[in-house]
Design a protein around this ligand. Structure first.
Ligand SMILES: NC(=O)c1ccc[n+]([C@@H]2O[C@H](COP(=O)([O-])OP(=O)(O)OC[C@H]3O[C@@H](n4cnc5c(N)ncnc54)[C@H](OP(=O)(O)O)[C@@H]3O)[C@@H](O)[C@H]2O)c1
Length: 204
């Protein structure tokens, strides 16, 4: 797939590395000259994978948003036309909300004609770089109204090494998925379990 990554910090950088490894065409939407963080990322994925945001988006069918939630309005001004493209929202608005919207998903669904899905928000970036625990993949989760976007997000989660990507439900479950992310943050950070922990659904 042709993927543009907007926000190439912890999350965007981890997923960029995974998707490049899986053989996808990844372009990082960046500011020039490149920041030290992006120069470091370039040593891992190659310098030729950086472009201005609008150019990266124009050349891609899938766009990952991995910025602070409140940056979304500035990001939207630079995206250009995203009609019909897949927008994956990996942000969490648990600390800062992109007012007047509850989440970035809601903002993107309202302000664009894209196929939007929330995914890659429920676990730490270290788990995106390495989703394997004792030889078994952990689970990713997604929510939103677009089945097309969910199919793409699921494939991209599998391509990272997640065992599966579980459907949390439609747009009315997006806030619950952010609360689920907050549950991981609570356990990993506030309750001191550490970031090397993850969620997996087991069945019998
Ligand atoms: N950290 C995690 O483990 C984790 C896990 C799941 C979800 N999340 C969510 O994912 C998002 C990113 O988190 P992160 O930890 O990856 O943050 P981060 O390391 O601080 O990276 C944020 C990225 O967004 C870019 N950015 C900031 N403002 C921007 C703007 N106005 N326009 C374009 N790009 C902009 C930054 O570029 P500059 O460096 O040039 O400012 C940077 O590349 C957040 O919403 C967070 O809640 C984080």
């Amino acid at each position: 797939m042709k993927i543009a990554i907007i926000g190439s910090g912890n999350v965007g950088g981890a997923l960029a590395q995974q998707w490049v490894k899986a053989g996808h065409t990844v372009l990082i939407g960046a500011k020039f000259p490149l920041s030290d963080k992006n120069i470091n990322l370039a040593t891992k994925i190659g310098e030729d994978r950086f472009a201005a945001i609008e150019n990266a988006v124009k050349q891609s069918e899938v766009i990952l948003i991995a910025t602070p939630p409140t940056a979304i309005f500035e990001v939207l001004e630079q995206l250009g036309d995203v009609s019909g493209k897949i927008l994956i929202d990996a942000t969490n608005s648990v600390m800062k909300t992109p007012e007047p919207y509850k989440t970035v998903y809601h903002c993107l669904a309202d302000k664009t004609n894209a196929e939007v899905v929330k995914c890659f928000n429920t676990t730490g970036f270290e788990n995106m770089l390495n989703p394997s625990y004792n030889g078994e993949g952990i689970d990713m989760f997604m929510a939103g109204d677009s089945d097309k976007a969910k199919a793409v997000a699921k494939q991209l989660a599998l391509d990272c090494g997640f065992d599966t990507c579980i459907d949390f439900g439609k747009a009315d479950k997006v806030e619950l998925l952010e609360k689920f992310a907050l549950s991981w943050i609570n356990l990993a950070i506030m309750q001191g379990h550490g970031r090397d922990m993850a969620f997996k659904v087991i069945r019998r």
